[in-house]
Design a protein around this ligand. Structure first.
Ligand code: HEM
Length: 273
């Protein structure tokens, strides 16, 4: 059978390969950055929690962290921050096709765990924001709460499609869930990438409400989600130009992600270890 693409005169560029390669490269950079996030959470929060040094959480600049006498808030913070390492690892494992192909049963179980943890993270984060009152500014609280709602909706749709064996649709919702869950990581990468590129905190302030802050608190999930939709659309496209354009956008995002990962590790996490 001749496909529409084979019938067209061939271009010197393998557009599908380029798009796939750009996606893989982004994932490798993101996996390194999320690996560093996991290592930081375990080394900083994990070590202090395991030894009962709960006040030690506040050795890093936090909004609330540990508050003497607030047992419920401290317990919720501990659950939230420690499960952050588990869900980040689970998300990375789910997106590795080789692992998925080699161990399909493991993929199903880590997938269920990832989606349950997505609910737990969104709900515990919303509790910390709304009940404990942990937020820097109203605009940043609204932004992160919208991310929580998106996580709950996307995870539910990913679960529904997996149960109904609609695999293509499940894959798309699962990847959207991954992007929304990674929003808080993207926020750190976005802030530090911006600071590194501008050699300073241009448009940022102490309460996450400066002009750049506002772009980033919403953009930390909306921009990755928009790029993901462009990537999906380019995969479906019948011609090479949209694929090449999307690949270039993903490569630009990869370069920015790499700068942001460098910034988070060098200036946000390593100084606390
Ligand atoms: C789903 C993925 C999420 C991950 C991986 C995650 C990760 C983290 C981490 C690592 C911290 C510790 C703070 C730090 O060291 O910078 C934290 C704190 C916090 N998170 Fe999340 N979080 C997620 C989702 C959310 C959501 C959806 C909300 C709100 C709706 C939220 C609200 C909070 C709050 C209020 C704190 C306490 C900050 C403080 O006391 O300074 N998180 N989170």
């Amino acid at each position: 059978m001749t496909t529409a693409q084979e019938a067209r005169p061939s271009t010197p560029i393998n557009a599908d390969g380029l798009l796939q390669g750009a996606g893989k490269l982004w994932f490798i950079v993101a996996a390194l950055g999320q690996g560093a996030f996991i290592a930081f959470i375990l080394a900083f929060y994990g070590a202090r929690t395991a030894t009962g040094d709960f006040e030690g959480w506040n050795e890093k600049q936090l909004i609330d962290g540990h508050i003497a006498g607030d047992d419920a808030g401290n317990a919720m913070f501990a659950v939230h921050v420690l499960l952050a390492a588990v869900i980040t690892l689970g998300g990375l494992l789910q997106l590795m096709p080789a692992l998925r192909r080699a161990f399909p049963a493991l993929h199903r179980w880590t997938g269920r765990a990832f989606l349950v943890l997505a609910y737990v993270m969104a709900l515990s984060g919303a509790w910390l924001t709304l009940v404990r009152g942990t937020f820097l500014s109203e605009v940043s609280a609204v932004a992160i709460l919208i991310d929580a709602v998106l996580i709950l909706v996307f995870a539910s749709l990913a679960w529904r499609d997996a149960a109904a064996r609609r695999i293509d649709s499940h894959r798309r919702w699962a990847m959207r869930t991954f992007m929304a869950v990674s929003g808080v990581w993207f926020l750190r990468v976005g802030l530090m990438g911006w600071v590194v590129l501008n050699q300073g905190p241009v448009g940022l302030n102490e309460t996450l409400s400066g002009p750049t802050d506002i772009v980033l608190v919403f953009g930390c999930y909306l921009i990755p989600l928009a790029l993901l939709e462009i990537y999906f659309a380019a995969q479906r496209a019948a011609t090479a130009p949209p694929k090449i354009l999307a690949a270039l956008m993903v490569l630009a995002a990869t370069a920015f992600t790499a700068v942001g990962v460098f910034g988070t590790v060098a200036f946000m996490w390593a100084p606390h270890l």
